[in-house]
Structure formats: C-alpha cells, structure tokens
Write a protein that binds this ligand. Structure first.
Ligand SMILES: [Zn+2]
Ligand SMILES: [Zn+2]
Length: 272
C-alpha cells in the first residue's frame, strides 16, 4: 500500500528578476516591478509530498521528523537569504517560483531515504501564486482568482415541485450568491529566458475577460451558458474550463473551484 505524505515548510527570501542578455527596457517590459535592482522578498510556503510504501513496523511512509530534518537542512540555504546573491543556483536563471521549485527538487529528492520518492513540490510565492513540480520536463504555474455572483439552482428539465425538492434553499426564487474562488493551473516547459511557464501578466490577461463577464452578475439571468443548465458548481467549473481552454489552449491543466470555503470542485487533466 502506497500513501502520499505531505508536510508544509516556510522560508523568507529576497530575489530579483533580471536577464543580462536584455536591455533595461525589455527587462522592465517582461518582469515589471520584479526588476527592482535592490530586490524584494516573499514569505514562501513549500509543500513537500512524498510517496512510498507504509512500513509494517512503524506504520509510516517516512517519519515526519526525518522529513523535517531533510527539508529543513535544504531550506537553511534559502531562508533569510537573497536568492540571486547568496545562493549559487540562480546565476544563469531567474529565481522565479518555477525555477526555485525545480532547484528545491534537485536538492531534496536525493536526500530521501530508500523506498521514499518525491511525488510533488508545490511552492507558494504568495497565498495566491504557486508553482508545482513533479520531476519531469515541465512545471505547473497557478494563480487564484475570485468573482462574486448571484445564482439560483433550477433545472429546466424538472418541475417547480421537483426543483424545490431537489435543491431546497438553493432554489430560492430570487436567488442567493457566493464569492467564488478558483485556482487556474497551467503546465509547460520553463522558458530559459524568463524562468516562467507563463508570464503572470499573460495569465491575468487570459482570465480577466472571464472575471469581467462574471463578477457582480446573476449567473442564470445574465449568461447564456446557464440558461440551458442549472448553475451548479460542476457547471460553473465546466464553464470556466471552456472559456479558459479557449484562451490558454493545451497549457491549461487544472481548475479548482471553491463555491464556498467548504464546497470544492475540480476539473481538468489529472495529476501524474
Ligand atoms: Zn517576487
Ligand atoms: Zn449557491
């Protein structure tokens, strides 16, 4: 029996994006404020997920205190450092979330005990921006977005009595609403020149029209997609996928939707 075990770590570090092969104008155009020559910093959060068989004696995949020791030792080289200046890893590449997570993989994976393998690293640069790495030729980059909308669950294929019976309070005639939050994950090779799978500006530009369309509206009354089908979170996530797949193409990998903090729906290409 193989089980995935995850542990969360934190470190704080400064960094700066700057490609010496480019002009100052080009750097500012691509990296924006991240080019500030004095650097800026983040409270990074690293989620380490390992996989392995459960040891019949200890009942564990890995002793969490051992994982803490291994990852803690690696992060000593990153915590309260300037990633460009104080570490050797970003001389020839940008200290982007995508590149940092790959460097961390190369440092953590060989230190794990026999029978335990690194399954996934997720590195949050902020609470809303993260990169995932599974050890392959590509990385994932993701960001959280939010919109607020009203809706009413009502299936055009059911009678009023059946709708009331099925959806209860969610069938309230005048509607109710949510702060919908969703996480968009894009997969691709990390570009050498930028250190990115996708520029945040490009991802934001792809998502913006969808947010403008949905935010502060009534899903059922203002959007054709929900006239024909109930605005369940399953259909909302399918709609987000349809719209974002058109904008981002095959790079779109995963959408996770929180209808409320407690109701979560996911759709996309499954994890490896
Ligand atoms: Zn930054
Ligand atoms: Zn609802």
């Amino acid at each position: 029996m193989e089980v995935l075990t995850s542990k969360r770590f934190e470190f704080s570090a400064a960094h700066r994006y700057w490609n010496p092969e480019w002009s100052a104008e080009r750097n500012i155009e691509v990296f924006g404020k991240c080019t500030n020559s004095h650097g800026h910093g983040h409270n990074y959060v690293l989620e380490v997920t390992v996989a392995g068989a459960v040891d019949p004696v200890t009942g564990m995949v890995i002793n969490v205190s051992e994982l803490k020791r291994i990852v803690g030792r690696v992060l000593e080289g990153f915590d309260h450092k300037h990633l460009n200046e104080d570490t050797p890893y970003f001389r020839d590449c940008q200290p982007t979330t995508e590149n940092i997570v790959q460097v961390l993989w190369s440092l953590i994976a060989p230190e794990l005990p026999a029978g335990v393998r690194l399954h996934r690293l997720r590195l949050y640069e902020t609470a809303d921006i993260f990169a995932d790495f599974y050890g392959g030729a590509t990385a994932n980059f993701g960001r959280n977005y939010q919109f607020s909308a009203a809706h009413r669950l009502d299936s055009p294929q059911l009678s009023p009595a059946e709708n009331t019976e099925l959806y209860g309070k969610c069938n309230n005639l005048k509607g109710h609403g949510h702060d919908y939050r969703f996480e968009v994950t894009v997969e691709g090779p990390v570009e050498r020149e930028t250190g990115m799978v996708i520029n945040l500006v490009e991802l934001d530009a792809a998502v913006r029209p969808l947010l403008d369309e949905l935010d502060h509206t009534h899903l059922d009354l203002q959007h054709a997609f929900f006239v024909e089908r109930p605005s369940t979170a399953e259909h909302v996530v399918a709609y987000l996928w349809q719209r974002l797949a058109a904008a981002l193409g095959l790079r779109l990998r995963w959408i996770k939707l929180w209808e409320t903090p407690n109701n979560i729906f996911e759709y996309g290409v499954h994890e490896p």
